[in-house]
Structures are given as structure tokens and as C-alpha cells.
Design a protein around this ligand. Sequence first.
Ligand SMILES: [Zn+2]
Length: 252
Amino acid sequence: MNREIVRFIQNRLNEEGFNLACDGIAGPKTMEALRSLAVIGEHWTRRECLAGYLQMLMGKISNPVVINGRWTDETDAMYRKLKFHYDSISGNASGPLKWPSQSEDELYKFYGKVGQHQVRLHLPYPHVLAWNPKKVVNSYSCHEKVHDSLERVLHRVLEHYGYDRIQELNLDKWGGCLNVRRVRQGSRYSTHSWGIAVDYDPSHNQLDWGRDKAVFAQPEYDKWWEIWTDEGWTSLGLAKNYDWMHIQAAAI
Ligand SMILES: [Zn+2]
């Protein structure tokens, strides 16, 4: 059992009046608290109790959810939605964030060495590889310092557009994040080298295209850009009118 999930559950239980140590361990006190709740089945295992509690929380913030204690892949996705929801209402997710400038010195100071401190971002909706749309991407690597911000962005994109519209607008066409390399025609590292830049829909937003050609310059994408800029990210398209595919957690 993932400690992070157990800690999340302990925090929620404490908000309901329990007084548990938030240590991420589903020990006797945590289990006693869970079992005292009416929705938890009498003979459920530890794992079923935890899954059941997440299902109950999910039912409170969305459509009714079956509370059966079954732990599936969807339960993990459910946890991430819940975490996003509770972070948002508790103010943990407040923005806008201040990212460093893209000078190499600043980037080293803030993010450390290139290619380091990477974590996996589990996506709230599936992406596909831009150059091979048959290949589904459910997670990608990014720098630990941008992880939560990226996650909030994508949750908000999903909330605003919905998955069907995301696909129509090609917001699921992923062009890469972490990639340790130098910038074209230069010796400095690309912001991709730190896993703090993401490319979306490169084929309709090519590097040297301006707003006359780049699809992301069209008004359907206003909200997309609002969401990114709320989190302090920089779009090269908005700022410089080229490379509209590229969004980075560094100012220019
Ligand atoms: Zn890029």
C-alpha cells in the first residue's frame, strides 16, 4: 500500500474529527477509524477499507460511486483526482507560481543538474505520441518541482474541455518533455533538459510557424493558455510568436 495514499486518507479522517498520526501506515488506529464508518463493510480487509473510503470521498465530489472496496487501476486515478480536489480547496495549489528565468545559471540554481530530479507524472487523461498516435501515453517524466503544477494544469484542462474536446483540439498529442539536449543553433541546454518544458501538438504548431499558421494561436485555445499562465508557465508562442508547441516553467 502506497504511504502517500494512506497519509491522504489519514488527513481526511482527521478532518472528520479523528486524531490520527499522519504517518502513512494503516495501523490499528487508522483501521479502527475506518471501520467505524457506516459505508465500510464489516468483514473487509485493510485494502478494501482504504479503497472503500476513497470511493466514498469520490462520491461526495462527483457522481455517485459504487462503494465496494475493490481496488483497481481506477482507484489510483480516483486518488489522484481526490488529491487534486483537496489540494485545490485547501489552498495548497495556489498560484501563480514564480519560475526562474531561462538563463542557464538560474536554471541550474533552481532546478539543479540537467536530467536530474525527475519524477513520473500520471496523466489525468491519456495522451498519445504526436508522431505515432497509436501509442498511448499514460505518464511521463518531468522535474519534481514542476510535477504538481503540471498536474493541476492538466486537471483543469480536462475539467474545462472534457476528453472528447481535448481529442478534437489535439491537446492530447504529446510531443515530449524531458530530453537532455542543446538548443538548436546554440550551446546552451534546452529547457527540455531539465524536464521543465512540454511540447503539445507539434505537427500543427511547428517551430518556425507564427500565429497565422499555428493552430494554438486560435481562439479555441484561449482557455488552454489561461490555465498555463495561471500557473506561471511561459508559452513561446504567446511570448515570441514561434514554437507554439512549447510551454516551459521558466521565464524569458
Ligand atoms: Zn519544446
